[in-house]
Design a protein around this ligand. Structure first.
Ligand code: PSU
Ligand code: MN
Length: 323
């Protein structure tokens, strides 16, 4: 470890320093140019029940460390952007759950200026990752175009974020609570590539298959790192999506999960739930209907994504060193 006085400040800007706190582990990794993988906090406080959410957050971080990269869980605490959380902070987010506001792009300035707490979604985590020069981010599922969006206009701001922010997100595809065909059309229109890892089909979160052809198939982490570097050299802005299918062992029966999703959506419509409450409501309802089977699947796939993200983060460092 380099002595504190000699260590370069990885944020390198007074403005960023006045908003962002890096944990010591993350600050060291960034200033020593080690591979870092960021993680979101909405999945902790709005995506899984307590205490499994905290246990999973800790396991995901361990998975990244065991794969020779450094985890950086991101959240807003008292208006500070925290990059790298302590176990106490992870417990706080998991325990408070949905009492912590879900923070996406539009919410960030207000939550920070009011010095509030916030759980960052994929979009907000991408923004914070990019501010700290972290390129690779692992999560479970991303938001997308909801079913019936033709009427409701409910399209997650996660999708638009990929047009703006240069972060590579490893996920297990998008959940079938969304309209996957419309989501793929939207991504194509916006010029956001989806690289499907070792599969010809778009993975659908709980299942390895969706019936939708993969726009691109990739075989290895180093291939993904190469494509990323090419994009950067061409000056093409924004990020992209790596869709990594859930491991066989954790994949669910298609009929069971799709019936649960249909039931959850019907109940949501009956209750008139809308807007940012939609995704957390459906995640919770599906977990209850499947009696926890979907939660085990969710945990299995997040760990698998953390592993692939670590490999990509490592390959990005070695590819950029060699040229
Ligand atoms: N999809 C999941 N699990 C999640 C989420 C989505 O399978 O935890 C969370 C992520 O934080 C994502 C957010 O960024 O929900 C999307 O919310 P919305 O659809 O309101 O944009
Ligand atoms: Mn929405």
């Amino acid at each position: 470890m380099i002595h504190d006085m000699e260590k370069s400040n990885p944020l390198n800007s007074r403005v960023l320093n006045s908003y962002i706190d890096l944990s010591e582990e993350v600050a060291d990794a960034l200033s020593e140019n080690k591979p870092v993988v960021s993680l979101e906090s909405t999945i902790i406080s709005h995506g899984m029940p307590y205490p499994k959410n905290v246990e999973t957050a800790i396991k995901v971080e361990e998975m990244i460390r065991n794969n020779n990269a450094v985890p950086a869980t991101i959240a807003i605490i008292g208006g500070r952007i925290k990059i790298g959380l302590s176990s106490k902070e992870l417990e706080y987010f998991g325990n408070k759950g949905t009492a912590i506001p879900k923070v996406s792009r539009r919410d960030l300035p207000l939550i920070i200026s009011h010095k509030d707490d916030g759980a960052t979604t994929v979009a907000a985590t991408m923004i914070c990752s990019s501010l700290a020069n972290i390129t690779v981010f692992a999560t479970g599922g991303i938001g997308g175009v909801h079913r019936n969006a033709q009427q409701t206009m409910d399209i997650s701001s996660d999708l638009e974020e990929f047009t703006k922010t240069p972060v590579l997100v490893v996920c297990a595809g998008a959940k079938a609570i969304l309209d996957l065909n419309l989501t793929m059309e939207y991504l194509e229109t916006k010029g956001i590539p989806v690289f499907c890892y070792q599969t010809d089909e778009l993975p659908a979160f709980y299942t390895r298959k969706s019936g939708i052809k993969a726009p691109f198939r990739v075989e290895s982490a180093s291939e993904i790192a190469d494509i990323w570097n090419t994009k950067e050299k061409l000056g093409i802005k924004g990020g992209f999506i790596v869709a990594n299918p859930v491991p066989e062992k954790y994949s669910m029966d298609e009929k069971i999960i799709n019936d649960a999703i249909d039931k959850a959506i019907a109940e949501m419509n009956m209750l008139g739930i809308k807007g940012k409450e939609t995704t957390p409501y459906l995640l919770d309802k599906i977990q209850k209907i499947t009696e926890g089977e979907s939660l085990e699947s969710n945990i299995g796939l997040v760990l698998n994504n953390a592993k692939l993200a670590s490999k990509i983060a490592i390959d990005l460092k070695s590819v950029s060193c060699s040229d």
